[in-house]
Write a protein that binds this ligand. Sequence first.
Ligand code: ZN
Ligand code: FE
Length: 257
Amino acid sequence: MLKLIPIPAFADNYLWMLHDGQRALVVDPGDAAPVLQVLKDQALQLESILVTHHHMDHTGGVAALREATGAQVYGPASEKIPAPYQPLREGDVVRSMNLDFTVLEVPGHTAGHIAFYAPEMNGRPLLFCGDTLFSGGCGRLFEGTPAQMLASLDKLAALPGQTCVCCTHEYTLSNLRFALAVEPDNADLVDYHAECVKLRMHEQPTLPTSIARELLINPFLRTRQATVKQAARHFDAAAHDDISVFAAIRQWKNQFK
Ligand code: ZN
Ligand code: FE
């Protein structure tokens, strides 16, 4: 049985770790110290480091962890991350912890952003999606276009509903405040928000989430729903096709206070 744990770092990052009591894998270690602490406390050997994109809060601890543990690093072929590492493209497979992770290219937040998908981990599919999909939200478009991000989110939305989705930031409550502005009458969203408020009150993570849940509550996966389209047009009257509706919702979120 593998254990999946979110190691908190910085203000709101989670450095996801998978371990079997002996060996471990970590995703997007922006900081080495909290990972080294867990490795030491639980006497684990770090086997691999998966990197989704080049931002410092996802790569800052890669070199120190590799030096301390000799772990193999895997990352996007078209981004600059601390070398040496194994460069990955769409469809490549990373085998680690007896899991086969398929690489999905999901540009939008950054130009070369990738995600890692394993079809089965403890009975469910598993997704490490970096800063592409958040619970109730999605990453900002720093390097990609709305069309690219929409296509990337469509790719993730097509994964099995029960997929366990490991996002890299605890942005859920602020995302849900915005989601409620878009769809105030979405009963699933209202319930989920109440659930997350309780979790955060007890300083519990709201993650992982699932694809099925995000399809019910995340406005960025719901841009083809009539309610979301209508709300987008209040923000930008010219928002009609899928891409302009998505772009309007993203722009609205950027300005939302
Ligand atoms: Zn990022
Ligand atoms: Fe980030």
